[in-house]
Design a protein around this ligand. Structure first.
Ligand code: NAP
Length: 307
């Protein structure tokens, strides 16, 4: 893969930025990388492990001379960051972000950027429950989707370059309009996270089942909820605060379906339950066929050797 940008600047140095930094190096996509984060601690760790070529104390220094700036902070912090960097951006720079919600980020960021900046919002559909500068790895985006939501009238060359950049990071790229992105993600990510948070909360409240039993027998299904429910609280708080309408819409439909299944259980309607579960099983097969998950036993988890 060839060099696409001279200088890529990261604002925020957590899971997504650090994975991007590793993948940039793997593919040789940028001549230089810079970055900054809110806390001294994160900046010190990033400098110590050589995550980017130069770590700066301020976002103004980090973005100076950068032809690509990537905002990798929680959605709720995007506006402050945009306001801070705007006066220091290089002419003609491309600004993108990785936020999990798109319309709210556009509303928060776009008004602050200079007219000649190319603002192309993005969202890589890849992540883990881990955070921070040490949590990233170069393979995170391999064969995952990155959705870009370019505004109408976007510079075609800037869009082409950013598309090639994400492909160089390993991802497949799709374009969407922001409200559609937010609805799709409410179905595929945001509402499932809320359900996982709720289920783990419910188990925690159950007094007839002891904590040790919940942990000991978690492999029966609960464990996968706990992994999702261990995701970063700040990031997910911001997702629900900023993708409110789409999440509430999907949650409403979820509740209706849940009541239907509840009634089927109460009435002993095995046909309804069997039909429903057959339909959902087919969706799982579709995900595996699309290469978006593994059908290895136990989700491909490495089995512990029995001593
Ligand atoms: P993360 O590991 O928690 O890192 C967030 C980074 O943002 C940290 O370096 C943090 O600095 C910095 N930050 C927080 N508030 C800031 C502020 N006000 N000003 C400047 N820097 C600030 O988070 P992440 O998982 O990489 O997520 C970053 C973005 O990617 C979020 O918008 C999220 O929605 C999106 N995203 C996440 C995932 C996922 O699964 N995690 C997937 C796709 C997209 P300190 O360390 O100093 O606090």
């Amino acid at each position: 893969m060839s060099l696409l940008y001279q200088r890529v600047a990261f604002i925020g140095l957590g899971l997504i930025a650090s994975s991007m930094a590793h993948a940039i190096r793997r593919a040789g996509l940028a001549a230089q990388t810079t970055g900054t984060a809110r806390s001294l601690e994160t900046r010190a760790v990033a400098a110590e492990i050589g995550l980017v070529d130069q770590v700066f104390d301020t976002s103004a220094e980090a973005v100076a001379g950068a032809d690509l700036v990537v905002l990798c902070v929680p959605v709720g912090a995007m506006e402050t960051v945009a306001r801070d960097i705007a006066p220091h951006l290089a002419r003609g720079a491309t600004i993108t972000d990785v936020g999990s919600v798109k319309q709210a980020v556009i509303d928060a960021v776009a008004p602050h950027l200079p007219a000649e900046a190319h603002f192309i919002p993005g969202h890589p559909l890849a992540g883990t429950e881990h955070s921070g500068p040490k949590s990233g790895f170069a393979e995170l985006f391999d064969n995952r989707w990155c959705i870009l939501t370019p505004p109408s009238g976007v510079d075609p060359q800037a869009l082409e370059r950013l598309t090639l950049f994400w492909r160089g990071l390993g991802a497949n790229v799709d374009l969407m309009d922001p409200p559609h992105h937010d609805l799709v993600l409410a179905v595929t990510s945001h509402t499932p996270h809320l359900i996982a948070y709720t289920m783990v909360g419910v188990a925690d409240d159950l007094r007839r089942v002891t904590d040790s039993e919940v942990i000991k027998y978690s492999a029966a299904g609960f464990r996968d909820f706990t992994r999702i429910a261990a995701s970063d609280p700040t990031m997910w708080r911001d997702v629900f605060l900023t993708n409110k309408d789409a999440t509430l819409e999907i949650l409403g439909r979820f509740t209706e379906e849940l009541f239907a299944l509840q009634r089927a259980i109460r009435q002993g309607d095995g046909d309804l339950l069997h039909g429903y579960f057959s339909r959902t099983r087919a969706i799982r097969r579709g995900i595996i066929e699309a290469g978006q998950d593994t059908d290895a036993p136990d989700f491909g988890r490495v089995q512990k050797k029995q001593d």
